[in-house]
Design a protein around this ligand. Sequence first.
Ligand code: NAP
Length: 448
Amino acid sequence: MGHIVLLGLPGSGKTSLGRMASARLDMPFVDVDAEIEKLFKMPIRRIFEKHGEKSFRDAESAATREALLREAPSVIAAGGGAILRQENVSAMRDLGFVIFIDRPSKLIARDVPLDGSRPLFTDPDKLYEMERVRRALYIDAADRTLENREGMEEAASGLIEIIARSQPVAEYAVIGDPIAHSLSPAIHGAVFEALGVSASYSAVRVSRGGLAAFFDAAKEGCMRAFNVTSPHKRDIMPFLDHIDEEATLCGAVNTVVFRGGKSLGYNTDMDGLSASLLARGAGYEGRRVLVLGAGGAARAAVLKAALEKAAEITVLARDAKKAEEIASAFSGIAPRIRAKAMTERAMKESAAGADLLINATTLGMSGSGTFPSLEFLSALPGSAFVCDLIYDPSQTDLLKRASELALGCQNGLGMLISQAILADELFLRRGLERAALHGIIEEKLSAT
Ligand code: NAP
């Protein structure tokens, strides 16, 4: 069991509830405000008066970090203003499970004497203003929200329930079927290790029929976030409270984050692919893009190419109707987009007018079929770049032939790593050193 961190306004019940939970769960209790008062040997109100708010906030950050670095898993009542600094939010999320105790300021003002015993807490208007500014920050920083509107006993039972449920399920996971081959646990494990984040990431096999049950368990069981792979990227969408704009347009979600009790869906495949192309100087902008395939990855590649101003886009698929469906979905965004059946002839003709080829079919993947002929590659201009989304094997026949033709090329590993780092930024709610992490992951994968 890791640390449990309680957030909330002054007077929301963090200390009382934290004490009750620590007694019932036999975990040590740390009240960050009390630690600071011990350090300064004076009440918080006096610290504010004598040393000013900045000194108090500095002490609050140091005490928060110290509490989180304790070895014994503890219940920690964070200072009410700890969320005002991003460093505190990151540390709380990296090293603990964060619960927002949501007690409306009107109820706090009714119960707690506004006698100046706490700073910034002398009249109801100040408290209401504090709630206006901070409530969204608390929700944003928290894994779960506990409503504290009834009695303390009821809130304490709710808190124990959340804590109990937060433990047995993995904090992060990738779901799919099949899933045993997934590199995601190794990739995210390497990121967590590099960042000093104490969290588990597992691969969970979830069949098509088992998605609803998994989602309920993840939500109820206080999972923090999960990645989604085939066959669930579309099917997960109706379960979510909110889906971001690009994922909605794409019609696929590969990252689900629980934030303040709500489930939010994102698609990092699209940005992962463009980041990996840009890293090789092969971004979409101004290029004539040829996409093979009409599944989820093809749709993401076409949408991103359209959004990033490709000069023109051609989609070829064995089922022409599926290619046409993608083309018509994005014809309003892309200046020139066309779709055709993936015949030998269409491949050659389209290759002759393309400078970025993306293979988004499963052809060439271990255990799948291969392209009947790779002759179409010879039709590509000499400056064209070939991207195969497949990373197993690391060099497909398509890439082998493209190399022989001295074309620039890359496999799907760059995309896989980039989409994972982008997902980690959503998990951890902060920007990361992407290039450095990319290197660390590559090293880790090559060693396994
Ligand atoms: P998907 O939704 O199942 O789409 C697969 C596509 O391949 C479909 O258009 C399918 O056509 C086509 N296809 C399968 N067999 C074919 C054949 N014999 N001839 C012609 N087309 C064929 O899968 P996806 O999620 O889009 O993934 C596609 C590829 O991208 C996979 O290799 C996957 O590993 C890779 N990928 C890589 C990353 C990464 O991070 N590198 C991320 C996502 C996907 P039908 O629709 O007619 O069946």
